[in-house]
Write a protein that binds this ligand. Structure first.
Ligand SMILES: O=C(O)C(=O)C[C@]1(C(=O)O)C=C[C@@H](O)C=C1
Length: 325
């Protein structure tokens, strides 16, 4: 009992010292204005759009299309576009209400192009979902493992299948815009020396035979997708906040951010650092943590984060879709 009391006393003392340290290291005038921008975005927040126009990268049968249909339901008007940049532009120009974008894969990590574009466009994350990715090797009728010489897929399809592909070093690997697009292309050629890696749905849509199921080496292979919007939305049940921030090049500046999370009881769920191309060896941090923007104490926590960062942008508040294990 004595020990428990002593520990609780120590915790309170550490918390008091950390709070004092935060006050001393940066005054209220220093740091970014990130929270003011967030407050304005919250004031302008919109309700979810009904019968939305949704864009994704790729063609029908791409995993991104599956993510869009899972999140918005079969009634959503989904349109595939060639490049990630086209998807961001369509939302930016008001031609679509939402974009669905892959952000990370459980086997290969960050989808870097999407992180770069999230930093460039002032869009908000309003939702997320995961899709189990089971890749199939598919080819035109008459093909077999022996007739194939070229494999087409999205670079992620190739990365996620690298162990399977390393068993066939004689196959040339050709990156393509998206997995389903590669299936469509291979089907159009009708060439039995060409095969694609993509979803079973893509094989069915484009009339290819599945030669091998599960080319991905990780059987739990899953991709997380984010749903972005040009306007912030505060959907009921939103329990995860995403921010983009940079910290001054000073000893302990990242620790200061972590202290804010600790003192406000916010669970840090993700941290990803991205290089800042115009500032060599400086980084932008993409962080996700538990909480609601409208919840008690969050205003104070974000103001403290604002004071502790040289740049802060709140990317949004949305419902966590990740399950343990
Ligand atoms: O090419 C597709 O089918 C996509 O939806 C893109 C994408 C990606 O960019 O990661 C999505 C899920 C899989 O991880 C493989 C490819």
């Amino acid at each position: 009992m004595r020990e428990t009391e002593e520990l609780a006393h120590l915790d309170r003392e550490i918390e008091r010292l950390l709070r004092r340290r935060l006050e001393l290291v940066a005054g209220p005038e220093s740091g970014s204005t990130g929270y003011d921008q967030c407050r304005r975005a919250m004031e302008a927040a919109r309700c979810p759009v009904s019968q939305p126009r949704v864009v994704y990268q790729g063609v029908a049968g791409a995993y991104s299309e599956m993510a869009a249909l899972t999140f918005f339901g079969k009634e959503a008007r989904c349109q595939g576009l060639a490049r990630f940049e086209d998807v961001f532009e369509a939302v930016h120009r008001g031609e679509a209400d939402y974009a669905v974008l892959p952000i990370e894969n459980s086997s290969t990590g960050a989808i870097r192009q999407v992180y770069e574009l999230l930093t460039q466009y002032q869009h908000y994350i309003v939702g997320e979902d995961t899709v189990r990715v089971e890749h199939c090797l598919m080819a035109p009728r008459g093909a077999s493992l022996d007739t194939i010489t070229q494999i087409y897929s999205h670079e992620q399809g190739l990365f996620q299948s690298d162990r399977f592909l390393s068993r066939h070093p004689e196959w040339e690997q050709i990156p393509f815009g998206d997995t389903a697009g590669s299936a469509q292309y291979v089907a159009q050629t009708g060439d039995i020396t060409k095969a694609a890696i993509g979803s079973a749905r893509a094989a069915e849509l484009y009339g290819l035979d599945i030669l091998y199921r599960g080319t991905n080496h990780n059987s739990g292979n899953t991709t997380r997708f984010v749903v972005t919007s040009p306007v912030m939305e505060l959907r009921p049940g939103a329990d995860k906040i995403a921010v983009l921030l940079s910290v001054p090049h000073q000893v302990g500046s990242l620790q200061r951010i972590l202290t804010v999370f600790l003192l406000h009881g916010l669970n840090l769920m993700k941290i990803e650092s991205r290089p800042m191309p115009d500032k060599r060896w400086e980084y932008l941090f993409f962080m996700e943590f538990s909480g609601s923007l409208t919840g008690p104490g969050m205003e104070e926590a974000l103001e403290e984060l604002s004071r502790s960062t040289s740049y802060l942008r709140v990317l949004g508040n949305f419902k966590n879709s990740l399950t343990e294990g």
